[in-house]
Design a protein around this ligand. Structure first.
Ligand code: SF4
Length: 301
């Protein structure tokens, strides 16, 4: 059995969600994902492209199509964020002041054991890691309790990682379509957002430093109790194995988690007992417990 940290989080939050996602392989269609998740996926790909020196705008428009983002105003939000990021000259850091050297993006790791743990890290350096987030609540990821499992798992994968940087970015949320903005065009809305971001960059790029043109918050390895995390994995693994032996009923619903910290994707399934083909799809891939899109997990946050 292969376990990712997001699988573990899913199981501990609600066994039924774990069952639907990891065992029944029921996933939400890309076009039905919440907007912040779609924008987050585009943002991740943009950041990755920046570091890998790959042209992005063709990919940008194909992702807009893939995710079915039809509102020009929604497109304007992510377009403006990318333009503002460039205007602020937040350039890729291939070498840090600490001597860390860039090693790559979407780095796959595997922690061996009876239940191997796998995952992908957004960006890795020789001595640290970086995780990018795009969210309406960027400060959520600056609270260590909310990231302990994720970055703790990354620390477990490599003793060379001394610290992690969380690059947390706010989804632009300026209102439009009412009052003096009732006739605002998408282009005007885009330009207004760019102006807003440039005028207060640290509100959108948390921890923005004007001198170094970097942003984010650093968490040191010793801030996380890795011994406790390892122990947690051991017991959660045992519980998952036991539930799988016991059968479907062992994956009971935790109704207290349905709206905490945000609405669960599986509410329509749990409320009606039906899996709508218009909303969900059954994934074909074989392994039952492998890494899911972290951003999809985060969407519930
Ligand atoms: S809707 Fe509620 S009970 Fe159903 S999977 Fe999600 S959290 Fe669990």
């Amino acid at each position: 059995m292969i376990l990712s940290h997001s699988s573990r989080e899913s199981f501990t939050r609600c066994r039924q969600a774990f069952y639907l996602s990891r065992i029944k392989r029921i996933g939400i269609r890309s076009s039905m994902l919440p907007l912040p998740v779609k924008l987050g996926a585009i943002w991740d790909k943009y950041m990755e492209s920046r570091y890998l020196g790959i042209k992005f705008m063709d990919k940008f428009w194909s992702m807009i199509d893939e995710y079915g983002i039809e509102s020009d105003m929604d497109v304007a939000k992510i377009y403006a964020l990318i333009q503002a990021h460039r205007t602020l000259e937040i350039e890729p850091q291939y070498e840090t002041a600490d001597g860390g050297m860039f090693r790559g993006c979407q780095h796959k790791f595997e922690i061996p054991g009876e239940f191997p743990i796998i995952g992908y890290i957004d960006r890795v350096y020789s001595d640290h890691i970086v995780e990018t987030k795009l969210t309406a609540r960027p400060d959520f990821y600056f609270q260590i309790h909310n990231i302990t499992s994720q970055i703790g798992t990354y620390f477990l994968s490599n003793p060379e990682y001394k610290y992690a940087v969380i690059e947390s970015t706010r989804v632009p949320g300026l209102r439009t379509g009412a009052g003096k903005y009732s006739d605002e065009s998408p282009d005007a809305y885009r330009d207004r957002i760019i102006g807003e971001i440039i005028s207060k960059p640290s509100y959108y790029f948390l921890g923005f430093n004007r001198d170094t043109r970097t942003f984010g918050k650093k968490f040191w390895r010793n801030e996380i109790n890795l011994e406790e995390l390892t122990q947690d994995y051991f017991y959660v693994n045992q519980e998952i194995a036991r539930a799988m032996e016991d059968g479907d009923n062992a994956f009971y619903k935790n109704r207290k988690a349905c709206y905490v910290p945000g609405p669960c994707f599986y509410l329509p399934v749990c409320d009606t007992g039906c899996v709508s083909e218009g909303i969900f799809e059954v994934r074909e891939d074989k392994p039952i417990i492998k890494e899911e899109s972290e951003e999809v997990e985060d969407a519930a946050s």
